[in-house]
Design a protein around this ligand. Structure first.
Ligand code: SIN
Length: 489
């Protein structure tokens, strides 16, 4: 079984699916390997469920719903708080599991565990603040009330780039609201999800309230989660292409949906910016998780007058980034998730060079292994090139030139995506103008990392529907019921 995965609590490494409060192998006996992207070593063999077994998990969630939604908010809150505390207490082991299946440097994995736990803490608190309204009446002798109720059974499909935090950001508000959940984690990184389920049981989450279905039969599993009339809410984080397919599938049962999809984030550096700050923020934003985040700066737009200075500094800093496996000393950039991902990034770089960009540093396979790309900077990229339209999802910074504020805004908005945008300036009036003009759900001004549990995360245009985290994040798991109370006689 697990290779080189030394855990203080080995019971956190579960590899069966979790349904109705019990651990289940696939009826077929099928299992699929989860491998370490840095080494290719098999970390575990996980139960490979069929669509029918996912249907059973949905039935378990539906059965558990009445009792869970009937619990006092305070009780749900206390269970979530205990879950949070257990995650924090087991952070090292959870980070080891995460780093082994996902590849990110151990320090970054630890940060993700802490980030993931904040969503549970936040929504444990929000559980107690789901208020309705008393609306001034329209007729004498009547009262108008609104109450908020849990949507019902929630199906969640989560990605491999944040195997912990993208789960807690969905599951915590769902459970806080009184919903039950069937979670399908990415087949690349199911172990973090199963470890969370182990701790959820210890925290007192009742049987059937959280179910984790693992498997590689994406179409059959997706069809159950999007097609079942028992599922009333569907939530997905992943690519825009897959999100559109799943959204279409949800139409037949008119499910409430929230989608966190792709991005093509611009990071604009104006010539009045603090350049040192902009360089450090660009590095943090671009190379977090080896460039595999939806909010990574995908296009760095630099004003003509400071372009060369900015490019020289960025190239120098990128050349210093330490590449390696999760536990290598000082490592800052890990592998990509698999070989196809690395090959795709190499193809994008080659395409950009063919179209006229120049490679200033990196951009080749790194000696650490077949999934590692040497962090790269491409100069003189323009909006006509394929790489400007694609979500790169790799450690490649692309530098574009602009001359005026209007041109920067037009370039930034020239995409079907609208997730995150960043810009750097010392000018307050420009800060207000540009943030208003950017067609994005999230804007960082003089900041390259903007994610936090207390602010609404989400996009507009083809980057998705709904918001996660913050006081708004629970709304996606609630329905409003309007009650008109008449005089009765
Ligand atoms: C994502 O890339 O999907 C999420 C990143 C974040 O939460 O910061």
């Amino acid at each position: 079984m697990p290779l080189n995965l030394k855990l203080e609590d080995p019971t956190l490494l579960a590899s069966d699916a979790f349904i109705g409060g019990g651990w289940h192998q696939a009826a077929s006996g099928g299992r699929f390997p989860v491998s370490n992207p840095a080494t290719g070593a098999i970390v575990a063999e996980v139960a490979d469920l069929s669509g029918e077994e996912v249907r059973q998990a949905i039935a378990a969630a539906a059965q558990a719903l009445p009792a869970w939604r009937g619990r006092l908010a305070k009780e749900r809150s206390a269970i979530l708080r205990t879950w949070h505390d257990l995650i924090v207490a087991n952070a090292d082991d959870l980070a080891r599991i995460l780093a082994a299946e996902q590849g990110k440097p151990f320090g970054e994995a630890l940060k993700e565990i802490a980030y993931g736990a904040t969503f549970i803490e936040w929504f444990a608190e929000e559980a107690k603040r789901i208020y309705g309204d008393v609306v001034p009446t329209h007729m004498p002798g009547r009262q108008i009330l609104t109450v908020k109720e849990p949507v019902g059974v929630v199906a969640a499909i989560t990605p491999w780039n944040f195997p912990n935090a993208m789960i807690t950001r969905k599951v915590a508000p769902a459970l806080a609201a009184g919903c039950t959940v069937v979670l399908k984690p990415s087949e690349e990184t199911p172990l973090s999800a199963l470890a969370l389920a182990v701790l959820a049981v210890r925290a007192g989450v009742p049987a059937g309230v959280l179910n984790v279905v693992t498997g590689t039969h994406a179409a059959a599993i997706g069809a159950q989660l999007t097609g079942s009339p028992l599922v009333r809410k569907f939530t997905f984080t992943g690519s825009t292409r897959v999100g559109k397919l799943l959204l279409a599938q949800c139409a037949s049962t008119v499910k409430k949906t929230s989608l966190e999809l792709g991005g093509n984030a611009p990071l604009i550096v104006f010539d009045d910016a603090n350049l040192d700050l902009a360089i450090e923020a660009a590095l943090a934003s671009k190379f977090r998780n080896a460039g595999q985040t939806c909010v990574c700066s995908n296009r760095i737009l630099v004003q003509d007058t400071i372009y060369d200075e900015f490019a020289d500094c960025l190239v120098r800093r990128v050349a210093q980034l330490q590449v390696g496996a999760a536990h290598d000393a000082g490592v800052e950039v890990g592998p990509l998730i698999n070989r196809q991902a690395a090959q795709r990034v190499l193809r994008l770089i080659a395409g950009a060079i063919e179209e006229g960009a120049s490679l200033a540093v990196g951009g080749t396979l790194h000696p650490a292994g077949a999934n590692f790309i040497t962090p790269a900077v491409l100069l003189d990229v323009d909006m006509g090139m394929e790489i400007s339209r694609e979500e790169i999802f790799g450690p490649v910074a692309t530098l574009f030139r602009f001359r005026s504020e209007e041109e920067a805004i037009a370039m930034a908005n020239a995409t079907e995506y609208g997730l995150a945008a960043y810009f750097f300036t010392r000018n307050l009036a420009r800060s207000m103008r540009v943030s208003a003009a950017l067609e994005y759900g999230m804007v960082g001004i003089n900041e390259g990392i903007i994610s936090t549990e207390i602010a609404p995360f989400g996009g507009i245009k083809e980057s998705g529907l709904g918001r996660e985290g913050s006081k708004y994040g629970i709304e996606d798991y609630l329905e409003i019921k309007y009650i008109l109370v008449g005089p009765g006689e």
